[in-house]
Ligand binder design. Structure first.
Ligand code: ADP
Ligand code: MG
Length: 755
């Protein structure tokens, strides 16, 4: 069932190939919308320009980490004591010995220049959610008309980007616009390639002169620190004298869409909002599910291979790739790493995906919902905590090991329930509002999937006594071994926003476009807080030896289950019944960004974040303000775009067709022929409706700016978005009756299915 335009287009293409006129000059004859025609022609005639990669010449193994100032390079280039001091900071979190920085800077500079780098950049992660970098040349004038290369400890350790235009939420007074970047020793420096040069990139934290965090890395590092302190406390209680450093681990599955760049540039909404604000559902959507795990189209596979190669060079351990559910949708996932490094690597992944896509004539869409009615994209954040040797969320084989596992797992249960509002706010932004609760992604209610067996274990513990002999059906912590827990992915619940998957938790409600640093900060911190709670309880127990400790763990788990067991839900999170059940359990349900941010800003969260040393009240509130402002800006941008596209592209298309129909009817009438105006009537109705709704949108946009941020955000949610949706609804109806040749925007059919 080919739409008409393919036939028309085929004719043009043949004509062009036969050396005839170009499409434009035939516009008046076959007046199909010219920009769409050109786009389709360009897509059909696409030829790869990038040279083919040959992995047999340079095996992936050799490429991996080739552009990273990694352990191997450090060991080779640094004097032994310097290397060892640096390792201690990286591995054990010991304070950086500043006296070694000169030696490190020199080694880093020589290595980078040897690799062809001309500049260095402190890379930082401002609250815009993007990365920022300021490039400086290694060259310094030598005062004799020449130049020398310079890169000292001072330049490695600290930078002062002029940062007055990054959001600070009022923290950084305008008289002190400078922010400072500080070298993050624990995330390796790397070289970023460009066809015309290379840059040494140094991951950094970014603060104000008073030391307040202005970025996403500073609180992440603080949260890793808090997690380590509290987890080690617990490990000591469980008998480890000198526990290794504990850190969070993260593995982020990234979903994305690819569309041809010619279509992308013909869609002002994709360019400026990252998603389509108009577009009728195509005749074939994702119903057939023939794309999921299907064969990857050739151009896409070529793109993926290059993405992986680039990421390998940067030491990002990408592992899996496949087609996703929706047409044009794909996924990439790395092997998990230390969460701080994983967060940096996640940024790099998003950047590389977008850069490489261009090279293959495509645009990579990271937005949560680029196409209405088609599945959106998420980013599953797999999270655990452990030492270099052990995963602390791995169920053990002995009763003692299980006791420890249960304590860590209980900490997560308490954390997610007690601070659900914080976790919810960490994934709240305009894009994700389209997904959460939209029956393809987990609902906005946070609950935990534990699986039947583990849930049963916790229930039995909660019912049990204090460690004395129990009736069958009760579990005694520290004495009984856990039943084997299924680790297999087969029967895993895919609807839960937060699922235990064998030895880690999978936070599935994270948005595809967002930085994972925010959710990581919250996860690490709320779990650290709960570990502190458990450690406090256990330290107060009469003894730390086997039966008494078991009883104390049993008691604390019982308390946690009583207060927070409500957050466990193994059923279908997409079902309407769950919404009611969750309400009955008293679980918070913030349906949108404005509400989620408002709900998170409360005294309990303020107190916990500052007690854990992760965000001061001022930092936390300034962040909320920035995120709310970002939400308002995004919605208002979309609203203005909607208005403009509807008014200047779609309405005129409707009118052109109206004119044609009206003239035809008049002509027929003049000739005394039968004429029918049903289509014209329908069109007139829709066009009038469109005009009315465009005006309503204009009013909603104009009313908004009253200076009150929270009220403005609410106005966006309650007035602006519905007004925008209303315009879209009629426009999409028009798309189905206005002839193709008049329609100004590439259709869903074209964007999703022409590869
Ligand atoms: P899915 O079945 O959800 O598609 P994948 O196998 O694609 O799962 O991805 C699982 C992700 O979880 C990978 O990125 C993997 O590295 C990560 N992961 C595995 N173990 C851990 C862990 N201990 N901590 C954090 N992430 C982990
Ligand atoms: Mg997953």
């Amino acid at each position: 069932m080919k739409p008409r335009f393919y036939a028309v287009f085929g004719a043009i293409l043949q004509y062009k190939q036969g050396g005839g006129l170009c499409a434009r000059s035939r516009e008046s004859e076959i007046s199909m919308n010219i920009s769409r025609l050109n786009a389709i022609a360009a897509v059909t005639n696409y030829r790869a320009t990038a040279p083919a990669l040959d992995f047999s010449k340079t095996p992936a193994r050799e490429i991996f980490g080739a552009n990273v100032f990694n352990d191997r390079i450090m060991r080779a280039r640094l004097a032994k004591p310097v290397y060892q001091a640096l390792r201690r900071t990286i591995e054990r979190g010991e304070k950086l010995d500043v006296s070694i920085a000169d030696a490190v800077a020199e080694a880093m500079r020589d290595w980078a220049i040897g690799m062809g780098a001309t500049h260095y950049a402190h890379v930082f992660y401002p609250l815009t959610g993007l990365t920022a970098e300021k490039h400086d040349s290694f060259l310094e004038p030598d005062g004799k008309g020449g130049a020398m290369t310079e890169f000292t400890a001072k330049q490695l350790i600290r930078g002062e980007p002029d940062a007055s235009s990054f959001p600070s939420g009022g923290i950084r007074a305008t008289f002190e616009a400078r922010g400072y970047t500080a070298w993050d020793v624990t995330s390796p420096a790397y070289i970023l390639e460009n066809p015309n040069g290379r840059t040494l990139c140094i991951p950094t934290a970014y603060c104000s002169w008073t030391g307040e965090a202005l970025d996403k890395k500073t609180p992440l590092l603080r949260s890793m620190q808090a997690l380590n302190v509290q987890a080690q406390r617990l490990l000591r209680i469980f008998g480890q004298k000198n526990p290794d450093r504990v850190f969070a681990t993260a593995g982020c599955e990234q979903e994305y869409f690819l569309v041809d760049r010619n279509f992308f540039f013909a869609r002002p909404d994709l360019i400026s909002a990252g998603r389509t604000l108009f577009g009728a559902k195509p005749p074939k959507g994702q119903e057939m599910e023939d794309q999921y795990f299907g064969a990857i189209p050739e151009r896409v596979l070529a793109f993926m291979l290059e993405v992986e190669r680039e990421l390998y060079k940067l030491g990002v351990p990408v592992k899996t790739r496949h087609n996703e559910v929706a047409p044009g949708q794909y996924e990439l996932a790395p092997v998990f790493e230390n969460a701080n490094v994983a967060a940096d690597h996640q940024y790099l992944t998003m950047t590389v995906l977008q850069r490489v896509a261009q090279k293959y004539g495509m645009a990579c869409l990271l937005h949560e919902k680029p196409f209405a009615g088609i599945n959106g994209s998420g980013k599953h954040l797999n999270w655990s905590l452990g030492t270099r040797k052990a995963n602390l969320l791995e169920p053990g084989e002995t009763p003692h090991a299980n006791m420890q596992f249960l304590a860590f797992c209980a900490a997560v249960i308490r954390a997610v329930d007690k601070h659900a509002t914080l976790l919810r706010a960490s994934i709240a932004h305009a894009g994700n509002d389209h997904r959460l609760g939209a029956n393809e992604a987990p609902p906005a209610i946070l609950s935990i999937f534990l699986g039947e067996q583990l849930t049963e274990v916790f229930k039995q513990i909660a019912k049990g006594g204090s460690g004395k002999a129990q009736a069958p059906g009760f579990l005694t912590v520290g004495v009984d071994t856990l039943p084997p827990l299924p680790k297999d992915a087969g029967d895993r619940n895919r609807t839960s926003p937060f699922a235990f998957t064998g030895n880690k938790f999978e936070f599935r409600a994270v948005g595809s476009s967002q930085s994972v640093a925010g959710p990581l900060v919250i996860l690490n911190t709320i779990v650290a807080d709960s570990l502190a709670y458990i450690a406090d309880e256990l330290e107060a127990a009469p003894a730390r030896t086997a039966p008494a400790l078991g009883a104390a763990v049993q008691a604390v788990i019982r308390k946690i289950m009583k207060a927070h067991g409500r957050v466990i839900f193994n059923g279908d999170n997409y079902a309407a019944a769950w919404q009611q059940e969750a309400a009955r359990r008293g679980l918070p349900n913030a349906p949108d960004t404005a509400e989620a941010i408002r709900a998170a800003e409360n005294a309990a969260n303020d107190e916990m974040l500052s007690r854990m040393g992760v965000l001061s009240v001022r930092e936390f509130h300034s962040r909320n303000e920035i995120y709310l402002e970002k939400y308002v800006k995004e919605v208002m941008t979309e609203a203005r775009l909607s208005f403009e596209i509807a008014k200047t592209l779609i309405f005129p298309a409707a009118v052109s067709y109206q004119k044609l129909l009206a003239e035809t009817a008049l002509g027929l009438k003049a000739l005394g022929q039968k004429h029918c105006t049903t289509v014209l009537d329908e069109l007139c109705g829709l066009a009038a409706e469109l005009q009315a709704r465009i005006e309503a949108l204009r009013t909603a946009i104009a009313q908004a700016g009253n200076g009150q941020l929270a009220a403005h955000a609410r106005h966006c949610r309650q007035q602006v978005i519905p007004a925008m949706d209303a315009v879209r609804a009629v426009a999409d109806q028009l798309e189905s009756i206005v002839p193709d040749e008049f329609w100004p925007l590439p259709t869903y059919q074209e964007m999703l299915f022409i590869k």
